[in-house]
Design a binder for this molecule. Structure first.
Ligand SMILES: C[S@@+](CC[C@H](N)C(=O)[O-])C[C@H]1O[C@@H](n2cnc3c(N)ncnc32)[C@H](O)[C@@H]1O
Length: 254
């Protein structure tokens, strides 16, 4: 599998560490060059924006190479390091925002990189208004995704783990199984620790499209015009068996 990853690896970021901010900069170009991947991000952003009751004070965590502002121009983009197009430096575990000042915190592929998600959920509770939301699209554990994330992806995917991950670096530190651990395996613990955060939606999605897009680190296996047909086909599958991602929506109740 290592050879396959090497052959399919995107040449733009070859040799660079994932934690090097230059990798994130180059990934912007990769996302825009690969129309199939651009379509995935566009769908993710539109799905996230559609869940927001109020779109005025929305913080995006770990914006990285993404382009949420195309769909939500007023979003406050953020990163843990200086990066182009990012408005604020913000660590999920120590948010630089006043109490009750945010309508929502959103993210794509970030929760599973946060070293201490319990601390993040506390911080989010402090900064969000009642009725505010956390909305994320994250890897999810299904029989299919576990095989893919374990064999074809470089990040750790450890479903027996606890809620903390070693903070080796903002991108290398990861456990792809973390969203499933917190919101599914440990749901009762989550509800006990964070009764103010209600899980409104966990919608499983996208069995194949991200894989076929090659993501941000591999070459694309599909042209952009195939996006619609691939999405239509994969939606017919049993997502409990095949999904690779979940849209997770939490709401802060009084
Ligand atoms: C896989 S990238 C996703 C980037 C972008 N959201 C996307 O979908 O392309 C994970 C992002 O999470 C960020 N991140 C890691 N630890 C973080 C933390 N403690 N607080 C906020 N962001 C963090 C990383 O810097 C990185 O940009």
């Amino acid at each position: 599998m290592g050879i396959l990853r090497c052959m399919l690896g995107h040449p733009l970021t070859r040799g660079l560490s994932v934690d090097d901010p230059r990798t994130t900069l180059l990934r912007k170009a990769i996302i825009h060059e690969k129309r199939f991947l651009t379509a995935i991000y566009s769908e993710w952003y539109q799905r996230i924006v559609a869940t927001l009751p109020n779109i005025n004070n929305v913080l995006e965590l770990g914006s990285g190479a993404g382009f949420l502002q195309k769909y939500l121009p007023q979003a406050i983009t953020s990163e843990v390091f200086e990066a182009s197009g990012v408005s604020v430096i913000a660590d999920a575990c120590n948010l630089p925002f006043a109490e009750k000042s945010l309508d929502a915190i959103v993210m794509t592929d970030v929760f599973h990189h946060i070293p201490d998600v319990g601390r993040f959920l506390q911080e989010a509770e402090r900064c969000a208004r009642v009725g505010g939301k956390i909305v994320m699209i994250e890897p999810w554990r299904t029989p299919w995704s576990e095989w893919v994330y374990t064999h074809l992806h470089s990040e750790p995917f450890i479903h027996q783990s606890d809620w903390k991950i070693p903070s080796s670096g903002p991108l290398s530190g990861a456990n792809g199984a973390l969203p499933w651990i917190v919101f599914h395996r440990d749901r009762t613990l989550f509800e006990t620790r964070f009764p103010q955060w209600r899980i409104r939606t966990i919608e499983l999605m996208m069995p194949f499209s991200y894989l076929l897009s090659g993501g941000v680190s591999m070459r694309s296996l599909m042209p952009g015009w195939m996006y619609g047909p691939v999405r239509s086909l994969e939606q017919m599958l049993n997502q409990q068996q095949w999904a690779m991602f979940a849209l997770i929506e939490l709401e802060l109740v009084p």
